[in-house]
Write a protein of this length. Structure first.
Length: 153
């Protein structure tokens, strides 16, 4: 399931420090809650489903080609109601069409996060699944194996 605010704030940094355990100032929380997202960028990536949360219409994905910020795992991806989430298969390879929204943070908030919490973050991302297509990888493997057998004869 997507991480809660408590889980995110209690995580340590790369160098092992947990940073300052103080809560964010009210103005910073307000800015994060009210961030304005720009027009979505449509991405096509292949990967597989890690978790399905049918009750909240969200999934977690592992993708093979990293996003621009380097991530290969997307948590809490919103699934539109027109897709049959109950039929999603974990561990099978899909091609995903994803809408990625980016909301820029103010320079004041970026500096606060960097200096006080040792967190380098200049934007918040939101992801929505637009479509997915199950890829028929197994039959591709069988076809190439059959071709190799034919060549041996």
């Amino acid at each position: 399931m997507p991480r809660s605010k408590a889980q995110v704030s209690s995580k340590g940094t790369k160098d092992g420090h947990t940073g300052n355990d103080e809560a964010l100032p009210n103005w910073a929380e307000d800015e994060i809650k009210s961030v304005q997202f720009g027009e979505p960028e449509i991405l096509t990536r292949s990967g597989y489903i890690l978790s399905v949360y049918e009750d909240v219409w969200k999934i977690d994905l592992q993708i093979y080609e990293a996003l621009s910020d380097g991530r290969t795992i997307i948590e809490g991806l919103d699934v539109p109601k027109n897709l049959k989430i109950s039929e999603f298969l974990k561990g099978f390879i899909y091609e995903f069409k994803i809408r990625m929204f980016k909301g820029e943070l103010s320079s004041k908030l970026v500096e606060l996060l960097k200096s006080k919490y040792n967190l380098e973050m200049n934007a918040i991302y939101k992801f929505e699944l637009e479509d997915l297509q199950l890829m028929d990888v197994e039959s591709d493997v069988q076809a190439s194996a059959n071709t190799a057998e034919d060549e041996d004869e």
